[in-house]
Design a protein around this ligand. Structure first.
Ligand code: NAP
Length: 325
Protein backbone atom coordinates (compact mmCIF):
# COMPACT_ATOMS: atom_id res chain seq x y z
CA UNK A 1 0.00 0.00 0.00
CA UNK A 2 1.40 3.42 -0.87
CA UNK A 3 2.23 6.31 1.42
CA UNK A 4 -0.84 8.27 0.37
CA UNK A 5 -2.70 5.79 2.52
CA UNK A 6 -1.09 7.15 5.69
CA UNK A 7 -3.80 8.50 7.91
CA UNK A 8 -1.83 11.10 9.83
CA UNK A 9 -3.86 13.98 8.38
CA UNK A 10 -7.18 15.20 9.62
CA UNK A 11 -10.28 16.63 8.05
CA UNK A 12 -10.99 18.69 11.17
CA UNK A 13 -9.80 22.32 10.88
CA UNK A 14 -9.02 22.27 14.64
CA UNK A 15 -6.48 19.52 13.95
CA UNK A 16 -8.21 17.04 16.24
CA UNK A 17 -8.56 13.59 14.71
CA UNK A 18 -11.81 11.70 15.03
CA UNK A 19 -12.36 7.99 15.58
CA UNK A 20 -15.60 6.04 15.64
CA UNK A 21 -15.29 3.04 17.97
CA UNK A 22 -17.94 0.34 17.66
CA UNK A 23 -18.01 -1.79 20.80
CA UNK A 24 -16.37 1.14 22.60
CA UNK A 25 -18.47 0.59 25.72
CA UNK A 26 -17.16 -2.96 26.31
CA UNK A 27 -14.18 -4.14 28.34
CA UNK A 28 -11.55 -3.59 25.63
CA UNK A 29 -13.45 -0.62 24.22
CA UNK A 30 -13.33 1.37 27.43
CA UNK A 31 -9.57 0.89 27.72
CA UNK A 32 -9.03 1.85 24.07
CA UNK A 33 -11.33 4.88 24.19
CA UNK A 34 -9.52 6.09 27.31
CA UNK A 35 -6.17 5.76 25.55
CA UNK A 36 -7.35 7.59 22.42
CA UNK A 37 -8.88 10.29 24.59
CA UNK A 38 -5.56 10.76 26.43
CA UNK A 39 -3.90 11.10 23.01
CA UNK A 40 -6.23 13.97 22.09
CA UNK A 41 -8.55 12.18 19.70
CA UNK A 42 -12.24 12.94 19.50
CA UNK A 43 -13.97 9.58 19.89
CA UNK A 44 -17.52 8.80 18.85
CA UNK A 45 -18.92 5.75 20.66
CA UNK A 46 -22.27 4.48 19.40
CA UNK A 47 -24.05 2.25 21.91
CA UNK A 48 -27.33 0.38 22.12
CA UNK A 49 -27.33 1.07 25.85
CA UNK A 50 -25.95 4.60 26.17
CA UNK A 51 -27.74 5.15 29.49
CA UNK A 52 -25.72 2.30 31.05
CA UNK A 53 -22.49 3.98 29.98
CA UNK A 54 -23.35 7.56 30.89
CA UNK A 55 -20.00 7.93 32.68
CA UNK A 56 -18.21 7.69 29.31
CA UNK A 57 -20.06 10.76 28.08
CA UNK A 58 -18.12 12.71 30.73
CA UNK A 59 -14.71 11.56 29.51
CA UNK A 60 -12.73 14.26 27.68
CA UNK A 61 -13.54 14.40 23.96
CA UNK A 62 -15.77 11.30 24.02
CA UNK A 63 -19.14 11.57 22.31
CA UNK A 64 -21.46 8.77 23.41
CA UNK A 65 -24.21 8.25 20.84
CA UNK A 66 -27.45 6.52 21.75
CA UNK A 67 -28.25 4.15 18.90
CA UNK A 68 -31.41 2.98 20.52
CA UNK A 69 -33.67 4.59 17.93
CA UNK A 70 -32.21 3.13 14.76
CA UNK A 71 -30.47 0.55 16.97
CA UNK A 72 -26.86 -0.40 16.42
CA UNK A 73 -28.05 -3.97 16.75
CA UNK A 74 -30.08 -3.38 13.59
CA UNK A 75 -27.00 -2.12 11.82
CA UNK A 76 -26.34 -5.55 10.42
CA UNK A 77 -29.69 -5.63 8.68
CA UNK A 78 -29.55 -2.04 7.34
CA UNK A 79 -27.49 -2.55 4.25
CA UNK A 80 -26.82 1.14 3.79
CA UNK A 81 -26.34 1.78 7.53
CA UNK A 82 -27.30 5.46 7.06
CA UNK A 83 -27.05 6.31 10.79
CA UNK A 84 -23.51 5.05 10.95
CA UNK A 85 -22.57 6.71 7.65
CA UNK A 86 -23.57 10.00 9.23
CA UNK A 87 -21.36 9.38 12.27
CA UNK A 88 -18.48 8.36 10.03
CA UNK A 89 -18.60 11.52 7.93
CA UNK A 90 -15.15 13.17 8.28
CA UNK A 91 -13.81 10.45 10.60
CA UNK A 92 -10.13 9.47 10.32
CA UNK A 93 -10.50 6.04 11.83
CA UNK A 94 -13.08 3.30 12.38
CA UNK A 95 -12.47 0.65 15.04
CA UNK A 96 -14.75 -2.37 15.32
CA UNK A 97 -14.61 -4.22 18.64
CA UNK A 98 -18.12 -5.64 18.53
CA UNK A 99 -18.24 -9.32 19.38
CA UNK A 100 -20.25 -11.86 21.33
CA UNK A 101 -19.22 -15.09 23.05
CA UNK A 102 -22.70 -16.54 22.86
CA UNK A 103 -25.78 -16.09 20.70
CA UNK A 104 -29.40 -16.37 21.75
CA UNK A 105 -30.03 -19.41 19.48
CA UNK A 106 -27.72 -22.31 18.67
CA UNK A 107 -27.53 -22.33 14.87
CA UNK A 108 -24.79 -19.74 14.37
CA UNK A 109 -27.12 -17.08 12.98
CA UNK A 110 -26.54 -14.76 15.96
CA UNK A 111 -22.76 -14.95 15.52
CA UNK A 112 -23.15 -14.40 11.80
CA UNK A 113 -25.24 -11.30 12.35
CA UNK A 114 -22.97 -9.68 14.92
CA UNK A 115 -19.56 -10.74 13.60
CA UNK A 116 -20.07 -10.76 9.84
CA UNK A 117 -23.09 -8.69 8.87
CA UNK A 118 -22.31 -5.90 11.30
CA UNK A 119 -18.67 -5.72 10.16
CA UNK A 120 -19.79 -5.60 6.53
CA UNK A 121 -22.35 -2.85 7.17
CA UNK A 122 -19.82 -0.83 9.16
CA UNK A 123 -17.05 -1.09 6.59
CA UNK A 124 -19.37 -0.34 3.68
CA UNK A 125 -20.52 2.77 5.54
CA UNK A 126 -16.87 3.69 6.17
CA UNK A 127 -16.10 3.32 2.46
CA UNK A 128 -19.06 5.57 1.56
CA UNK A 129 -17.89 8.18 4.06
CA UNK A 130 -14.29 8.01 2.79
CA UNK A 131 -12.77 6.80 6.09
CA UNK A 132 -9.17 5.82 5.28
CA UNK A 133 -8.32 3.55 8.24
CA UNK A 134 -9.97 0.54 9.87
CA UNK A 135 -8.86 -1.55 12.87
CA UNK A 136 -10.66 -4.86 13.25
CA UNK A 137 -10.95 -7.07 16.33
CA UNK A 138 -10.81 -10.75 15.49
CA UNK A 139 -9.68 -13.54 17.85
CA UNK A 140 -6.91 -16.10 18.09
CA UNK A 141 -8.21 -19.31 16.52
CA UNK A 142 -10.56 -17.45 14.16
CA UNK A 143 -10.73 -19.54 10.99
CA UNK A 144 -13.40 -19.31 8.33
CA UNK A 145 -13.03 -22.92 7.18
CA UNK A 146 -11.42 -24.80 10.02
CA UNK A 147 -12.69 -23.04 13.17
CA UNK A 148 -13.98 -25.40 15.85
CA UNK A 149 -17.07 -23.32 16.71
CA UNK A 150 -19.53 -20.86 15.21
CA UNK A 151 -17.63 -18.18 17.14
CA UNK A 152 -14.31 -19.03 15.49
CA UNK A 153 -15.71 -19.57 11.99
CA UNK A 154 -17.71 -16.32 11.93
CA UNK A 155 -14.77 -14.37 13.37
CA UNK A 156 -12.57 -15.88 10.65
CA UNK A 157 -15.01 -15.10 7.88
CA UNK A 158 -15.43 -11.50 9.03
CA UNK A 159 -11.64 -11.08 9.22
CA UNK A 160 -11.13 -12.37 5.68
CA UNK A 161 -13.95 -10.22 4.35
CA UNK A 162 -12.74 -6.94 5.88
CA UNK A 163 -9.24 -7.45 4.45
CA UNK A 164 -10.63 -8.21 0.97
CA UNK A 165 -12.98 -5.22 1.14
CA UNK A 166 -10.22 -2.91 2.40
CA UNK A 167 -7.94 -3.84 -0.51
CA UNK A 168 -10.71 -3.20 -3.01
CA UNK A 169 -11.87 0.12 -1.55
CA UNK A 170 -8.54 1.60 -0.53
CA UNK A 171 -9.15 1.38 3.20
CA UNK A 172 -6.08 0.45 5.25
CA UNK A 173 -7.20 -2.52 7.32
CA UNK A 174 -5.34 -4.10 10.26
CA UNK A 175 -6.79 -6.91 12.32
CA UNK A 176 -5.83 -8.24 15.75
CA UNK A 177 -6.24 -11.81 16.97
CA UNK A 178 -5.82 -11.94 20.74
CA UNK A 179 -5.89 -14.94 23.02
CA UNK A 180 -7.95 -14.26 26.12
CA UNK A 181 -7.54 -10.67 27.36
CA UNK A 182 -7.12 -9.77 31.04
CA UNK A 183 -7.16 -6.47 32.91
CA UNK A 184 -9.40 -4.37 35.15
CA UNK A 185 -13.00 -5.02 34.15
CA UNK A 186 -12.30 -8.31 32.33
CA UNK A 187 -14.99 -10.96 32.32
CA UNK A 188 -12.54 -13.88 32.39
CA UNK A 189 -10.48 -13.80 35.60
CA UNK A 190 -13.19 -11.77 37.33
CA UNK A 191 -15.74 -14.44 36.46
CA UNK A 192 -13.56 -17.21 37.90
CA UNK A 193 -13.03 -15.10 41.02
CA UNK A 194 -16.79 -14.56 41.35
CA UNK A 195 -17.56 -18.27 40.82
CA UNK A 196 -14.91 -19.33 43.32
CA UNK A 197 -16.61 -17.22 45.98
CA UNK A 198 -19.79 -19.28 45.46
CA UNK A 199 -18.08 -22.70 45.45
CA UNK A 200 -17.67 -24.66 48.66
CA UNK A 201 -14.01 -25.72 48.60
CA UNK A 202 -13.88 -27.31 45.16
CA UNK A 203 -14.27 -25.73 41.73
CA UNK A 204 -15.49 -28.15 39.03
CA UNK A 205 -14.27 -26.94 35.62
CA UNK A 206 -14.91 -28.05 32.03
CA UNK A 207 -11.85 -28.32 29.77
CA UNK A 208 -9.43 -27.58 32.61
CA UNK A 209 -6.53 -28.58 30.35
CA UNK A 210 -7.37 -26.06 27.58
CA UNK A 211 -4.38 -23.77 26.91
CA UNK A 212 -4.34 -19.95 26.73
CA UNK A 213 -1.78 -17.14 26.39
CA UNK A 214 -3.54 -14.36 28.31
CA UNK A 215 -2.63 -10.91 27.04
CA UNK A 216 -2.98 -7.65 28.99
CA UNK A 217 -5.61 -5.22 27.76
CA UNK A 218 -3.06 -2.38 28.02
CA UNK A 219 -0.77 -4.23 25.61
CA UNK A 220 -3.68 -4.85 23.23
CA UNK A 221 -4.74 -1.19 23.15
CA UNK A 222 -1.11 -0.08 22.78
CA UNK A 223 -0.82 -2.27 19.67
CA UNK A 224 -3.99 -0.68 18.34
CA UNK A 225 -2.80 2.90 18.73
CA UNK A 226 0.72 2.09 17.49
CA UNK A 227 -0.81 0.63 14.33
CA UNK A 228 -2.94 3.63 13.42
CA UNK A 229 -0.26 5.59 11.57
CA UNK A 230 2.17 2.79 10.83
CA UNK A 231 1.98 1.83 7.13
CA UNK A 232 3.86 -1.41 7.90
CA UNK A 233 0.71 -2.67 9.66
CA UNK A 234 -1.66 -1.88 6.80
CA UNK A 235 -3.21 -5.08 5.49
CA UNK A 236 -1.63 -7.14 8.29
CA UNK A 237 -3.15 -9.54 10.85
CA UNK A 238 -1.54 -9.90 14.26
CA UNK A 239 -1.87 -12.67 16.82
CA UNK A 240 -1.66 -11.15 20.31
CA UNK A 241 -0.41 -13.25 23.22
CA UNK A 242 1.05 -12.56 26.64
CA UNK A 243 4.45 -13.80 27.79
CA UNK A 244 3.30 -17.18 29.20
CA UNK A 245 0.87 -20.01 28.45
CA UNK A 246 -1.42 -21.48 31.13
CA UNK A 247 -4.10 -24.13 31.35
CA UNK A 248 -7.64 -23.03 32.09
CA UNK A 249 -7.39 -24.91 35.39
CA UNK A 250 -4.28 -22.94 36.37
CA UNK A 251 -6.00 -19.66 35.53
CA UNK A 252 -9.16 -20.55 37.48
CA UNK A 253 -7.09 -21.62 40.48
CA UNK A 254 -4.99 -18.44 40.26
CA UNK A 255 -8.06 -16.18 40.07
CA UNK A 256 -9.66 -18.00 43.00
CA UNK A 257 -6.66 -17.75 45.31
CA UNK A 258 -5.71 -14.19 44.27
CA UNK A 259 -9.24 -13.01 45.03
CA UNK A 260 -9.02 -14.53 48.50
CA UNK A 261 -11.06 -17.70 47.85
CA UNK A 262 -8.59 -20.50 47.20
CA UNK A 263 -10.33 -23.53 45.69
CA UNK A 264 -9.35 -26.99 44.55
CA UNK A 265 -10.02 -26.97 40.79
CA UNK A 266 -11.28 -30.33 39.53
CA UNK A 267 -11.33 -30.93 35.78
CA UNK A 268 -14.61 -32.43 34.57
CA UNK A 269 -14.55 -35.41 32.21
CA UNK A 270 -15.75 -34.83 28.64
CA UNK A 271 -19.27 -36.15 29.13
CA UNK A 272 -19.83 -34.00 32.21
CA UNK A 273 -18.44 -30.93 30.42
CA UNK A 274 -20.93 -31.50 27.60
CA UNK A 275 -23.74 -31.87 30.10
CA UNK A 276 -22.65 -28.71 31.92
CA UNK A 277 -22.61 -26.78 28.62
CA UNK A 278 -26.12 -27.99 27.76
CA UNK A 279 -27.46 -27.00 31.17
CA UNK A 280 -25.74 -23.62 31.28
CA UNK A 281 -27.13 -22.70 27.86
CA UNK A 282 -30.48 -22.34 29.61
CA UNK A 283 -29.24 -20.00 32.35
CA UNK A 284 -29.80 -16.24 32.01
CA UNK A 285 -26.95 -14.66 30.02
CA UNK A 286 -25.88 -18.12 28.77
CA UNK A 287 -22.65 -18.20 30.81
CA UNK A 288 -21.36 -21.34 29.01
CA UNK A 289 -22.48 -23.17 25.87
CA UNK A 290 -21.70 -26.05 23.54
CA UNK A 291 -20.19 -23.48 21.17
CA UNK A 292 -17.79 -22.32 23.95
CA UNK A 293 -16.97 -25.95 24.62
CA UNK A 294 -16.14 -26.46 20.94
CA UNK A 295 -13.80 -23.42 20.97
CA UNK A 296 -12.02 -24.85 24.02
CA UNK A 297 -11.09 -28.04 22.16
CA UNK A 298 -8.22 -26.19 20.41
CA UNK A 299 -5.24 -24.61 22.21
CA UNK A 300 -5.63 -20.81 22.21
CA UNK A 301 -1.91 -20.08 22.26
CA UNK A 302 0.47 -18.37 19.85
CA UNK A 303 2.82 -20.01 17.39
CA UNK A 304 6.37 -20.40 18.77
CA UNK A 305 7.69 -17.60 16.52
CA UNK A 306 4.95 -15.12 17.47
CA UNK A 307 5.99 -11.86 19.12
CA UNK A 308 4.81 -11.96 22.76
CA UNK A 309 3.43 -8.92 24.56
CA UNK A 310 5.37 -8.08 27.73
CA UNK A 311 2.91 -7.67 30.62
CA UNK A 312 2.74 -10.57 33.08
CA UNK A 313 -0.56 -11.68 34.53
CA UNK A 314 1.05 -12.05 37.96
CA UNK A 315 2.13 -8.38 37.96
CA UNK A 316 -1.27 -7.00 37.04
CA UNK A 317 -4.15 -9.26 38.06
CA UNK A 318 -3.60 -8.93 41.86
CA UNK A 319 -4.25 -5.20 41.44
CA UNK A 320 -7.87 -5.83 40.54
CA UNK A 321 -8.61 -9.35 41.84
CA UNK A 322 -7.10 -9.13 45.28
CA UNK A 323 -9.37 -8.22 48.17
CA UNK A 324 -6.66 -5.79 49.31
CA UNK A 325 -6.64 -4.00 45.94
N1 NAP B 1 -12.19 -10.25 26.07
C1 NAP B 1 -11.45 -11.24 25.55
O1 NAP B 1 -10.84 -12.04 26.24
C2 NAP B 1 -11.34 -11.34 24.04
C3 NAP B 1 -10.46 -12.27 23.47
C4 NAP B 1 -10.36 -12.37 22.08
C5 NAP B 1 -11.14 -11.54 21.28
N2 NAP B 1 -11.99 -10.65 21.85
C6 NAP B 1 -12.83 -9.80 21.00
O2 NAP B 1 -12.62 -8.45 21.39
C7 NAP B 1 -13.82 -7.69 21.20
C8 NAP B 1 -14.15 -6.93 22.46
O3 NAP B 1 -14.28 -7.85 23.52
P1 NAP B 1 -14.80 -7.36 24.95
O4 NAP B 1 -14.35 -8.37 25.93
O5 NAP B 1 -14.46 -5.93 25.13
O6 NAP B 1 -16.39 -7.52 24.76
P2 NAP B 1 -17.56 -6.90 25.63
O7 NAP B 1 -17.06 -6.32 26.90
O8 NAP B 1 -18.62 -7.93 25.70
O9 NAP B 1 -18.08 -5.68 24.73
C9 NAP B 1 -18.76 -5.94 23.55
C10 NAP B 1 -19.16 -4.62 22.90
O10 NAP B 1 -19.87 -4.95 21.71
C11 NAP B 1 -21.10 -4.25 21.67
N3 NAP B 1 -22.11 -5.19 21.15
C12 NAP B 1 -22.38 -6.44 21.59
N4 NAP B 1 -23.35 -6.99 20.85
C13 NAP B 1 -23.71 -6.07 19.93
C14 NAP B 1 -24.65 -6.04 18.88
N5 NAP B 1 -25.47 -7.05 18.65
N6 NAP B 1 -24.74 -4.94 18.12
C15 NAP B 1 -23.94 -3.90 18.39
N7 NAP B 1 -23.03 -3.85 19.36
C16 NAP B 1 -22.92 -4.93 20.11
C17 NAP B 1 -21.43 -3.78 23.07
O11 NAP B 1 -21.95 -2.45 22.94
P3 NAP B 1 -23.32 -1.88 23.57
O12 NAP B 1 -23.88 -2.97 24.45
O13 NAP B 1 -22.94 -0.65 24.32
O14 NAP B 1 -24.14 -1.57 22.38
C18 NAP B 1 -20.06 -3.75 23.75
O15 NAP B 1 -19.52 -2.45 23.67
C19 NAP B 1 -14.87 -8.70 20.75
O16 NAP B 1 -14.96 -8.65 19.36
C20 NAP B 1 -14.32 -10.04 21.20
O17 NAP B 1 -14.77 -11.10 20.39
C21 NAP B 1 -12.12 -10.53 23.21
Amino acid sequence: MDESHAVGGTSDPRGQRRAVVLGGTGFVGRHLVQRLSNMGWEIVVPSRHAARHRDMGLWPSVVLVDMNGPAQSDLATHREAPELAELLEGADLLVNLVGILNESGNDGQGFKRVHIKLAKAALRAAADAGVPRYLHMSALGADEDDGASHYQRTKGKAENWVHRFGRKHDIAVTSFRPSVIFGPGDSFLNRFAGLARLMPGVFPLACAGARFSPVYVGDVTRRYVEAIDDPATFGERYDLCGPHDYSLGELASYAASTSGHPRWVIGLPGWLSRLQARVMEWLPGKPFSRDNLASLQRPNICEPDCRREPSRLEDIAPGYLSTDA
